[in-house]
Design a protein around this ligand. Sequence first.
Ligand code: UDX
Length: 472
Amino acid sequence: MRVSVVGTGYLGATHAACMAELGFEVLGLDIDQAKIDALTRGELPFHEPGLPELLLKHVQSGRLRFTTSYEEVGTWADAHFIGVGTPQKPGESAADLRYVDAAVTSLAEHITRDALIVGKSTVPVGTAERLGTLLADARAHAGLPGTVELAWNPEFLREGYAVQDTLAPDRLVVGVQSAHAEDLLRQIYAKSLAEGTPWITTDFATAELVKVAANAFLATKISFINAFSEITEAAGGDIGTLADAIGHDPRIGRKFLNAGVGFGGGCLPKDIRALQARVSELGLDRTMRFLAEMDDINLRRRDRVVDLAVQVLSHSLNGAIRTTGVGEGSGTVPSPAAVEILNGAKIAILGVTFKPHSDDVRDSPALDVANRLFTAGADVAVYDPKGNANAARRFPRLGYVNTLAKAVIGADLLILLTEWDEFRQMDPEDIGRLVDRKNIIDARNVLDPAPWQTAGFTHAALGHRFAPDASV
Ligand code: UDX
């Protein structure tokens, strides 16, 4: 079986390389010539553990090739996977579907044999049905040989674990309209099926909804624990212990209950907004209203970090704790209190990617916090093991350094914003010798406060009341 993958971004490139690993001949297609040239040389334009090796191996073996020609894939492949982006429309909540529409139309106009088109992109419910009509119309108009069917097979891969999630998925969900389409997909995923991966055959709407429901649920879990962080910050209590304790209940589970600066990335934020927009279109405005609250809770965490920076620095400078008030004034326009305290303060920003093991800074809470502190006048030194280059493209005026030591030298405050291992493993004594003032904020709740306090640091963390005089 020959497989094409349309769209060679994060999802498409991963899927193409993994399909080659499964033994298929694969042709990846993108309209971006520069991307195709890089992939053809075996170069991956983003960071993803394990993927560069797979790409190179199969490009060298000739099993994986790349092209910009729809004509080439249309005459060649038996199955065409669509992995193009569905970004948030600028200034709106809804998803922009122009790339999926263009991919289906272009395939319809170039396929010259029996083939299956398999959508993998995350789309609002109802899209596959609409694309089915688009496909039928385009085929009728094109008058080309071959019967072309559509199926929907959402991906659930996580950045940083994309290869593992593609080769050994938790489940396979296929939305199909014929036994023939299901048979072809069963052949493609035969290895996973043999390994016992749960297989769910369903209709288009359910397949589309499974993906957005999973992401909405994950976002809700994170925001739920972060809402409790607001309570423990005000009333006392330990958010980590709380998460551990409720997580022991198997109905709840401990995963995705890590309190911190909140969720970001190319999926969760845009997917929950697109879901709200879609249910509104369906006349169900109230149904997903809680997701707007989740979004708010998530964004308030960034305010909280800026406010904690003001509290920690004011305490360090003059022993008094000033506050900006969470949710008021620390947003994109800094409050006078924030400017007064932060102006000129040297702050080491540890991590700017939306999560570790990725160089992705899309909708990154960490990068947003760094920029807010900079906007308030702080002198920020940003260090991320993989994300500096992407961050610098987004916010070129921030100060970037290429080692942890350079970031912390002379700092008044360190803020850990992405939980890279390099930051988890920091030695408080060593770091203490480099800084000007011993202050650290753990915005991911991954550091043990005790050794930091022993080394003389004022330690603050999200989900914990800031009471330095009581703790030191
Ligand atoms: C997510 C889904 O997990 C994946 O199934 C889907 O296909 C795409 O979207 P990804 O965006 O790669 O994957 O990241 P994920 O690991 O889900 O983390 C999302 C965000 O939530 C990150 O910013 C992370 O730091 C944050 N997070 C995660 C928390 O703040 N706390 C947690 O407990 C877990």
